[in-house]
Design a protein around this ligand. Structure first.
Ligand code: DPP
Ligand code: ZN
Length: 874
């Protein structure tokens, strides 16, 4: 399939100033009339070409005259029309088939045909499945949308923009009209029609606009929308206060669906959410999921400015809206919850999802240079690494400077389709500085490495810290070093105090923490007045998305783990030490990392002043995927066993009695309260139960059974279920059966039931997954269900998926074939599980390669799956 390249970008030859859409909605066949007011770029002479896929063309008229067949050509992808002029009005009438649309792109049906509702998903290129249009983000138009449908079957009719009228039609039909005065690209268009209920709240923006907030869901779910509505209000206030951004329409609708390819979608004035990120109640939602709901509600709302008012010139600039909006969302979540815990969660995600992506065959720059299917680029790199790049810039400018820069960016680009250069330009200009060197970060793939080496000169009372950087092997041809790398650092004395930082040649000391931007390949910092060898705490708060190489001794890491007041770096020291402890076990090496790690954690465990949630995170070693990143030839089965052994060693050091006692104290005050302390206590209680499971499962299992039975909410219930399921005794099967029945009608809770079992380690997983595929509730048609069972198995269960016999590889390729025929986006995402196969140990590598090559050789793969498989194989 054709490759699209950033360097080939051309402005549109034809624009659409305004569009009027009239939609006759019906489950099987909907008809769409579109009237486009065309503008022609006088500098270009290309004929009028419009995108359109799977459209049944009924009629076409230019400036009021019906066109006969010689005047246009439609090849199934592009409609080319003769005779259009600047100012022409084009009218097309097409038919589409919502109920037959299993790809969930364009107009489709959510739920059963008798009771489900119709909705649209247009990002990135879904609008061309609805009507003929220049379906690219730099064509901005005002939209007038009229919906018509049977009133009994579709009582609620919604589209983006302000409602301007509604009424009755003959034959039990009705209509509703919406006008969006803000020019927008087609990917932000949306409509919804069906039987939905709503929860409403009046909101007044800081600049005085009265807004009606409405959250829509099906009747059985409307009672679970209250938390999202509160979160939306918090997000709106926060964006007013932190960025001075106000909402700009009279209504803001949010709709929940169970059938959605993405997490959620920021359509102007009509956000559509995967129910997973909108519905919440204590009986079926975990603490982590509550935080995700809050974060995603905020994320989509924040897009109203970072994405909608200022959109992207082309899809290569996707991170301009996504990286920036993830950063804004992360800052909001940090403000609403605990900032250090949020940072730990985000960096852990980056390492689990983005670092492996960036190190393997699917690696791409935050601004890719080319793609054949844009839907394959909604990746951890574009989102999470993109957010890290914005965070670096924000840190570089400081809070006030960053706000100044953002104000200028929004003001200058409002109503425009912008580029990353526009973003860096505005941030820099507002602060009188040149940020363009940071563009290099956007143009190359791979995770850079930062080397740090310290030397203490006792006679001169000086400490020299040498910093150096090198690009990873896969940085690509356009890689530029050096990159600007902000390194936030501090120095610790051996008693755990932070030292004042006095750089040689500087008049005043700069406190005990500072940011040094490494702008060269190497740089030496000389600190004066340092009596004894200090311990450096580097990249504090993870100030740059790099891999740190520093020869810490176990004792130095233990010191930081014990004393660093930066919660993130304290955790980071523990992670480094745990990874080294893991190597002790793996290699039989004899340095003291394992004792140092266990000893430091034992002291923290005994310290009553520790925050429960931070302690839970400190007691968790890096995950199996992260540990695999440190191996030459990856054997996921062995990594699983070694990590288990590591946890057992820690648990034994803490002691089963102490673990159980602390667990019982926390269990005694179980509740469903959502305040930080209650959440922290649930988080620690779960971790303690897991550690007890590691060192004394015969004691953990009865506690888990009781916890499952008595749990007041989902967080405790699911934690217990996971322990019981791994225990594989009758008790586990009983709990699983109980849960299955209890939540038979609750799709989101059932997803967790599938996921827990898909995570069973080792050889037990594949037969379990295959058995679960036969469950009446399993279907390949629902993305959440596919993700919960198959996605969890292939992407979050390395020891289960990477069986030595290769059976799971062949299983996956079979399912990919079936899925690809239904929903190419979901198939392509699942296929990324093969990323990293080149680094497997030789036996698994050969089996994986054979399975992937067989799939790649099949005829008729979608562009989505074809691109992923092709790239993975290279
Ligand atoms: N809906 C997706 C998101 O918000 C893509 N825009 O990230
Ligand atoms: Zn987004």
């Amino acid at each position: 399939s054709p490759v699209i390249r950033l360097r080939d970008y051309q402005p549109p030859a034809w624009r659409v100033e305004s569009i009027e859409l009239e939609v006759e909605l019906d489950i099987d066949a909907s008809e769409i009339v579109a009237r486009l007011q065309l503008r022609r770029d006088p500098a270009q002479s290309l004929p009028l070409r419009l995108d359109g896929e799977n459209l049944q063309l009924l009629s076409i008229a230019l400036d009021g005259r019906a066109l006969d067949a010689e005047a246009y050509r439609y090849d199934g992808c592009v409609l080319e029309i003769d005779g259009a002029r600047d100012g022409s009005m084009l009218e097309t009438r097409v038919r589409v088939r919502p109920a037959a649309n299993t790809a969930l792109e364009g107009l489709y049906l959510s739920g059963p045909r008798e009771s489900g509702f119709l909705l649209t998903q247009c990002e990135a290129e879904g609008f061309r499945h609805i009507t003929f249009f220049p379906d690219r983000p730099d064509v901005l138009s005002t939209y007038t949308v009229t919906l018509r449908a049977d009133r009994a079957r579709f009582p609620v009719l919604l589209a983006g923009g302000n409602p301007t009228g509604a009424g009755e039609l003959e034959g039990g039909r009705h209509w509703a009209r919406f006008v969006d005065p803000h020019p927008k690209p087609s990917y932000l268009f949306a409509l919804v029609a069906g039987r939905l209920e709503h929860l409403a709240r009046d909101y007044r923006t800081a600049d005085g606009r009265a807004v009606q907030l409405k959250i829509w869901a099906e009747a059985d779910a409307i009672g679970r929308c209250g938390y999202a509505l509160d979160a939306l209000e918090r997000a709106m206030r926060w964006d007013e206060q932190r960025y001075g951004r106000n909402y700009d329409l009279d209504v803001f609708h949010v709709v929940a669906t169970h059938d959605f390819n993405m997490g959620a979608m920021e359509n102007k004035g009509l956000n559509i959410f995967n129910a997973k990120y909108l519905l919440a109640d204590p009986d079926s939602t975990t603490d982590d999921e509550y935080r995700h709901v809050e974060a995603v509600v905020a994320h989509e709302y924040f897009h109203n400015w970072s994405g909608n008012r200022v959109t992207c010139r082309d899809w290569f600039q996707l991170s301009l809206k996504e990286g920036l909006t993830v950063f804004r969302e992360q800052s909001f979540s940090a403000d609403m919850n605990s900032a250090p815990l949020k940072r730990i969660e985000d960096v852990a995600l980056l390492r689990r999802a983005q670092f492996p992506e960036d190190a393997g065959p699917l690696a791409h720059p935050v601004r890719p240079a080319q793609y054949s299917e844009i839907n394959n680029f909604y990746t951890a790199t574009v989102y999470e690494k993109g957010a890290e790049l914005v965070r670096m810039l924000a840190g570089r400018l400081g809070a006030d400077g960053f706000r100044r820069g953002m104000d200028l960016y929004f003001e200058r680009n409002d109503g425009r389709a912008a580029t990353l250069e526009d973003f860096l330009g505005a941030l820099g200009e507002a602060n009188g500085t040149d940020l363009l060197p940071y563009l290099a970060w956007y143009g190359q793939s791979g995770t850079p490495r930062l080397r740090a080496q310290g030397h203490h000169d006792a006679a001169r009372r000086e400490y020299t810290l040498k910093l150096g950087q090198h690009a990873p092997g896969n940085a690509g041809p356009s890689a530029r070093t050096p990159l600007p790398i902000p390194v936030k650092l501090a120095l610790f004395a051996s008693d755990g105090r932070m030292l004042p930082l006095q750089l040689a040649g500087e008049a005043t000391d700069a406190g005990s923490e500072r940011v040094v931007v490494l702008e060269q390949a190497e740089q030496a910092l000389v600190f004066t007045g340092v009596e004894a060898p200090p311990v450096p705490s580097l990249l504090r708060g993870f100030s740059a998305p790099v891999i740190l190489e520093c020869d810490y001794t176990p004792a130095e890491l233990a010191l930081l783990l014990a004393h660093d007041p930066d919660g993130f770096n304290r955790w980071e020291a523990g992670q480094l030490l745990a990874a080294r402890a893991y190597e002790n076990l793996r290699d039989g090496s004899t340095d003291t990392s394992l004792q140092a790690w266990c000893g430091a954690l034992a002291r923290l465990f005994a310290d009553d002043g520790m925050d429960d949630a931070l302690l839970a995170d400190l007691l968790t070693p890096p995950g199996e995927i992260e540990l695999a990143e440190r191996e030459g030839a990856v054997d996921p089965g062995r990594i699983h066993q070694l990590r288990q052994a590591l946890q057992r060693t820690l648990a034994e050091r803490l002691g089963a009695d102490a673990l159980e006692q602390r667990y019982r104290t926390l269990a005694a005050r179980r509740s469903i309260a959502l305040d930080a302390a209650s959440q922290a206590s649930r988080r620690l209680s779960r971790r303690l139960l897991e550690l007890l499971e590691a060192c004394a499962s015969e004691r953990a299992l009865p506690l888990a059974a009781a916890q499952y039975r008595d749990a007041p909410g989902m967080t405790d219930r699911l934690a217990a279920l996971a322990v019981l399921a791994r225990g594989q005794a009758d008790e586990g099967e009983r709990a699983l059966a109980d849960y299955r029945q209890r939540y038979a009608g609750n799709a989101l809770a059932l997803d967790k039931w599938f996921a827990v079992q898909a995570q069973l380690p080792g050889l037990a997983a594949l037969p379990r997954v295959m058995r679960l595929e036969k469950d009446a509730a399993f279907t390949l048609h629902n993305p959440n269900r596919v993700q919960s069972l198959l996605g969890t198995f292939v992407r979050a269960n390395p020891s289960g998926f990477h069986r030595a016999d290769g059976a799971a590889y062949r299983f996956l390729t079979e399912r990919l074939g079936e899925l690809d025929a239904l929903n190419p986006q979901v198939a392509a995402r699942l296929a990324t599980a093969f990323n990293g196969w080149q680094r497997l140990e030789p036996g698994r590598r050969a089996l994986a390669q054979a399975a992937i090559a067989e799939l790649a050789g099949r005829a008729g793969l979608s562009r989505n799956l074809g691109e992923i498989i092709g790239n993975v194989l290279n």
